[in-house]
Design a protein around this ligand. Structure first.
Ligand SMILES: [Zn+2]
Length: 387
């Protein structure tokens, strides 16, 4: 079997390869956006670029009594501008020669795009399909952050960016940066001043503070990590200079949590630890902590309609459903904290419609049969949704 053969046999594989072959590093997605726009024009699908350069597709409802659904995928990939040459290995996996394939997330884009085309030309009764292809997911999520989500009518959003066929992620963790600083009031010479009890070394003090702070899993539920924190690094003094009593030190932590409540508990505990440190060291030093939310949590909602029909659709097409949670970030987090045209909160899911391995590396590959199955799953799910 060759890549040429499967491209000929399956429209979805050809579409995927065409998309993958347009390199699109983060913030350089113009060419792939243009490719998609041309594809839509050729196939008479309504497609627009928004002010930020995200691609928006709309397939109008054919039955006003049904609700629309939204699909979302990102156009940018990890990797540079070098040509993407696809090939098939002996295990039916699609790779790119010497670079990332961009299966993350061109697999999602291809699946949504073909589905939009099929739906536009079908006589199915449905409530409409809205599709969003974003820029810059991998770096800063700036595409989705700058998208005007008030233009969308759907409540449910399937973000087609999970790496395993059959996955339906119902919650995901926030990312908050916690910055701890210790300032000791008086430094000095490590020899002459060392006997002065008012001169404390900030490097030692931050070590004391860190030893009182939590590290690792803070809260878990049913074997899944809900809330965690991790120290990224400590900076104090200079490793080559030992004759100074250091006055300043800093330690940065990441906090990840799919529950706002548990995240607040962890932050309170950290703040309390700093307060206790300050009481104990009030004559010699002061510690502070600052929290910066970089990504809000994608919290689980009390609505299992989509996971229920997803499970049924997966079983019907012979895919093993995996309804789960993930301890990292994605575009779902932005959707989950925004509202649509009708002022309803979006309910997003991170969905896997293909299995992409070794993402973000030169060994990245797509198991081509999984994306074909994923397309069946999407078709079945949409049918079930519009029943
Ligand atoms: Zn991705």
């Amino acid at each position: 079997m060759t890549i040429e053969k499967i491209r000929k046999d399956y429209e979805l594989i050809d579409l995927f390869c065409n998309l993958a072959e347009v390199p699109s590093p983060s913030m350089h997605e113009e060419k792939v956006a243009e490719w998609i726009k041309n594809y839509c024009d050729k196939n008479e699908i309504s497609c627009k670029l928004d002010d930020f350069g995200n691609v928006v597709i709309n397939i109008p409802a054919t039955d006003q009594t049904k609700a629309p659904m939204m699909l979302s995928a990102h156009m940018d990939v990890i990797g540079d501008d070098s040509p993407v040459k696809t090939y098939l290995d002996e295990n039916d996996n699609i790779h790119a020669e010497g670079r990332t394939l961009g299966g993350d997330d061109k697999a999602g884009v291809a699946n949504a795009l073909l589905f939009a085309k099929e739906l536009a030309h079908s006589d199915m009764k449905h409530g409409g399909l809205e599709v969003m292809f974003t820029r810059d997911e991998e770096n800063n999520l700036s595409g989705i952050r700058n998208a005007n989500l008030k233009n969308f009518n759907s409540k449910y959003v399937l973000v087609l960016d999970s790496d395993t066929l059959g996955q339906c992620e119902i919650s995901g963790a926030s990312y908050t940066l916690a910055k701890f600083k210790v300032h000791s009031f008086k430094g000095g010479h490590s020899g002459i001043d060392i006997g002065d009890k008012k001169r404390a070394n900030a490097a030692k003090l931050i070590a004391d503070l860190i030893s009182d702070l939590p590290q690792g899993v803070f809260y878990e539920e049913d074997g899944h990590v809900v809330t965690s924190c991790n120290i990224g690094g400590i900076s104090a003094g200079d490793i080559k200079v030992t004759n100074i009593i250091n006055t300043d030190a800093q330690a940065n932590y990441s906090i990840r949590s799919s529950s706002r409540k548990k995240e607040e508990e962890l932050k309170s505990k950290m703040t309390l630890t700093v307060d206790e440190f300050n009481i104990k060291n009030k004559e010699i030093a002061k510690a502070t902590v600052e929290f910066e939310e970089h990504l809000p949590p994608f919290e689980k909602v009390d609505d299992d309609y989509i996971p229920t029909i997803f499970e049924a659709a997966a079983n019907k097409v012979g895919v093993k459903p995996d309804i789960t949670s993930f301890h990292a970030g994605a575009e779902t987090h932005i959707y989950a904290n925004k509202t649509n045209a009708n002022n309803e909160k979006f309910i997003p899911y991170l969905i896997g419609l293909a299995t992409v391995c070794n993402m973000h590396s030169k060994n990245e590959y797509l198991e081509y049969k999984t994306i074909l199955k994923g397309h069946e799953l999407l078709t079945e799910l949409f049918k079930e949704y519009n029943k």
